[in-house]
Write a new protein. Structure first.
Length: 372
């Protein structure tokens, strides 16, 4: 055997790998565009992101999926001009499924010539999602600790104050009785607030079964339409093939009722609209509180309204206790939502755009072998 043949035989052979199969495993949308900026390939995450199948996308120009003035198109053109790889953070993208959101865009040429380019969109980093989840868990724990402290240190003295006011009322003048009644009423109000907070200190594992989330949404919608959301238009976009949620039905009703009530109070009196939607999405795996198991979170449940949204200065602490935009609000509703979602091992995300406020739940599905 000659030297050249021997050297060739010793070279490691490149394994045969199906590139499309590899791209199909990625959770980030990936597109391949040609020299005319026409789409030539889209992975399943891109189909889901743009709410469009690959046969429909292939051959379409990139500016048919995105606005013509989108920075993504300009970034691709720049990569074709320079031949180098480029990354840009915080680019706004509008899609039918996800609406408007900020993404990180990576564009790289395929091969040496500026013919085809790979465009990767990262809607929101997994690190950021987990960081938000940990923030919500911290908010729930802080409320739980506060509730336990208040129940122990505040309710007993309040009971004594109320009793003393009732004794004084027996021999007080009419004018003074107004003051003693005020004392009683205010102590009752404080006790009721503590009672509402005590739910946060309940650390017992929740009882979970297979829950049809569409039945929960329909139940919440009927309650809303006959009560606090009269006159509000509901739009339902459900995935009928969605598998059951692994959760507690009553708690999920409480979460969604709270989110829908907030949405109903935020929409305008004329033209108010609330959109309820479900979808199966590639999720992340998170540890279940109090156990070593990890849950897949592919079930997305979204409550979206066309209200004025949350003020910018409150968004970072939206799920903290006592944070509220309501005049007489207690600021415990979203903190309770965060705790319940955390008890399910799920995620809750908030996205606020002009005339579009979105709360998105990521929940676990019933897996084979689950005892339900």
């Amino acid at each position: 055997m000659g030297r050249r043949a021997l050297a060739w035989a010793r070279r490691p052979q490149r394994p045969e790998v199906d590139a499309a199969a590899v791209l199909a495993t990625l959770v980030d949308p990936v597109l391949v565009v040609d020299e005319r900026l026409a789409v030539r390939f889209a992975n399943p995450a891109a189909e889901q992101f743009f709410d469009m199948g690959m046969p429909t996308m292939v051959g379409r120009p990139l500016d048919a999926l995105l606005p013509a003035d989108s920075p993504v198109c300009a970034l691709v053109a720049k990569v074709r001009e320079t031949g180098g790889r480029m990354v840009e953070h915080g680019i706004g993208v509008d899609t039918p499924r996800t609406g408007s959101q900020l993404v990180t865009v990576q564009v790289a040429p395929i091969g040496e010539g500026p013919t085809h380019c790979v465009v990767t969109l990262q809607p929101r980093s997994i690190v950021e999602r987990i960081d938000h989840q940990l923030t919500h868990r911290g908010a729930a724990r802080s409320v739980g600790a506060m509730a336990a402290m208040l129940a122990h240190e505040v309710k007993n003295p309040l009971s004594g104050i109320r009793g003393a006011a009732q004794l004084l009322e027996q021999n007080a003048s009419e004018a003074d009785r107004e003051l003693t009644r005020l004392i009683c009423d205010e102590t009752d109000r404080i006790c009721a607030l503590v009672d509402r907070m005590e739910v946060f200190s309940d650390s017992r594992p929740i009882q979970r079964t297979a829950v049809n989330i569409h039945e929960v949404l329909e139940h919440v919608r009927r309650l809303a339409e006959t009560g606090f959301a009269r006159g509000v238009r509901f739009v339902e976009l459900y995935d009928p093939s969605l598998p059951p949620v692994l959760g507690n039905r009553d708690m999920l009703v409480q979460v969604l009722l709270n989110l829908v009530k907030n949405a109903a109070e935020a929409v305008p009196e004329q033209g108010g609209e609330i959109m309820l939607s479900t979808a199966y999405q590639h999720g992340v795996r998170l540890a279940v509180p109090g156990s070593e198991s990890r849950l897949h979170l592919p079930l997305a449940v979204t409550v979206q309204d066309n209200g004025s949204g949350v003020p910018e200065h409150l968004r970072a602490n939206l799920f903290d206790p006592f944070v509220t935009t309501k005049h007489n609000g207690k600021g415990l509703g979203l903190a309770l939502v965060a705790k319940i979602v955390d008890d399910h091992g799920g995620l809750i995300e908030y996205d606020g755009q002009q005339r579009r406020t979105t709360f998105r739940l990521k929940l676990p599905m019933v897996e084979p072998g689950d005892a339900v």
